[in-house]
Design a protein around this ligand. Structure first.
Ligand code: PEP
Ligand code: MN
Length: 375
């Protein structure tokens, strides 16, 4: 069943001409200079449709920088006046809404820590009643599609029709390369239930790592999301919050230039939807396999160093036989073809040997390779 939301198109409230739609700006407004200078650089790229900045920051621990507060609204006003960029801030209370509206902020967003709490969302929704302002709702911290939908419905019921969802990933207890697991299936679930609701991806908070922003952005665009919100700071190395995930405006342009924009598939049949769902599952599993391989190789490195320090040969045939037997039996039980399993294990083993040989040979030129009876 589809959701019953009353939504206006994205183009009715934000400039959608340049592709992909991009909302950018620092995680936090820190100083007037930092915000205004960043805004100028972002405006100069010609790629940015709105300037984001947090001024009230919900932090996990007290004592961390909790945002510059209301004075930041004045800085946003100046940034807008000088660059022409519309502004966006996070609101978490009725008072934030009031102050932001009074200061002429163009777009409001509800943060992940607020979306989890229906009381907070309702308070924000009540403060928005009768106001015509665009609102973006981030997914809740926990992977709960109903909470996300509930928040969107509360805001929509208050009369906000310029509405969008932001996908910023979810908390997970599993160790991962990402700060917040994308759990693409939840974003796809929302898209399926509300195809007309604009969905914007936030690769900064998903990755927590500037090097992975391009990868996640591409994936989001491939899933036909309508835009990106990316944190950009004039000098990320000194950022007061989320330093590792922020990029300079120049780096932002590089990321955007390397993205491939594809036309959305015509999704006119259930078969295509099913195929997409299955492919997403495959993508998730492949990412996990690669991630686990990287983890395995890190451990191989530790073993290599240990063997080197203790003068142990790289290859110990008994150990290899044991691995091969155990794994092929396990694989067989899981109905994997034995030939395939053996080939896969050989490949992984060969790379492990290569890595350890490299470590041994670092300063013993060639000696370790001699110890290698076969590889
Ligand atoms: C932010 O956008 O800086 C932020 C605090 O994000 P989130 O609510 O997604 O954690
Ligand atoms: Mn942030």
């Amino acid at each position: 069943m589809k959701l019953n939301l009353n939504i206006q198109p994205l183009s009715s409230w934000i400039k959608t001409g340049s592709e992909p739609l991009l909302i950018a700006g620092p995680c936090s407004a820190e100083t007037e200079d930092q915000l205004v200078a960043t805004a100028h650089l972002l405006a100069k790229t010609g790629r940015v449709s709105a300037l984001r900045a947090g001024i009230w920051k919900p932090r996990t621990r007290p004592g961390e920088f909790e945002g510059i507060g209301s004075i930041g609204l004045e800085w946003l006003k100046r940034a807008k006046a000088e660059t022409g960029l519309p502004t966006a801030v996070e609101v978490a209370t009725a008072k934030h809404v009031e102050e932001a509206l009074k200061a002429g902020v163009d777009i409001l967003w509800v943060g992940a820590r607020s979306t989890v709490n229906p009381f907070t969302v309702q308070e924000i929704a009540d403060a928005l009643r009768g106001v015509d302002v665009p609102v973006m709702v981030k997914n809740p911290v926990n992977p709960d599609l109903s909470l996300w939908i509930g928040a969107l419905e509360r805001i929509n019921n208050a009369g906000i029709t310029k509405l969008a969802a932001i996908h910023r990933g979810f908390s997970s207890h599993e160790k991962s390369a990402f700060r917040n697991e994308p759990m693409w299936d939840l974003a796809i679930g929302l898209k399926t239930l509300a195809p007309e609701l604009p969905l914007i991806n936030d690769p900064s908070h998903i990755t927590g790592n500037r090097d992975l922003i391009g990868y996640i952005s591409q994936k989001a665009l491939d899933l036909d999301m309508q835009g990106l919100m990316i944190e950009s700071h004039i000098d990320p190395s000194v950022a007061w919050t989320d330093a590792k995930q922020q990029v300079t405006p120049d780096a932002l342009v590089e990321i955007i230039k390397h993205l491939t924009l594809r036309k959305p598939e015509i999704r006119n049949s259930e078969v295509k939807d099913k195929l997409e769902e299955l492919r997403n599952q495959i993508d998730k599993i492949d990412d996990l396999v690669i991630q686990k391989m990287a983890e395995r190789m890190k451990i191989v490195e530790q073993i290599g160093n240990y063997k080197k320090d203790n003068n142990i040969t790289i290859l110990q045939v008994n150990r290899w036989d044991e691995i091969l037997n155990k794994r092929t039996n396990y694989a067989k039980a899981l109905k994997l073809n034995t030939d395939f399993t053996e080939k896969l294990l050989e490949l992984i083993h060969a790379e492990s040997i290569r890595k350890q040989t490299e470590i041994m040979n670092k300063d013993e030129a060639g000696q370790a390779a001699d110890k290698l009876t076969h590889a």
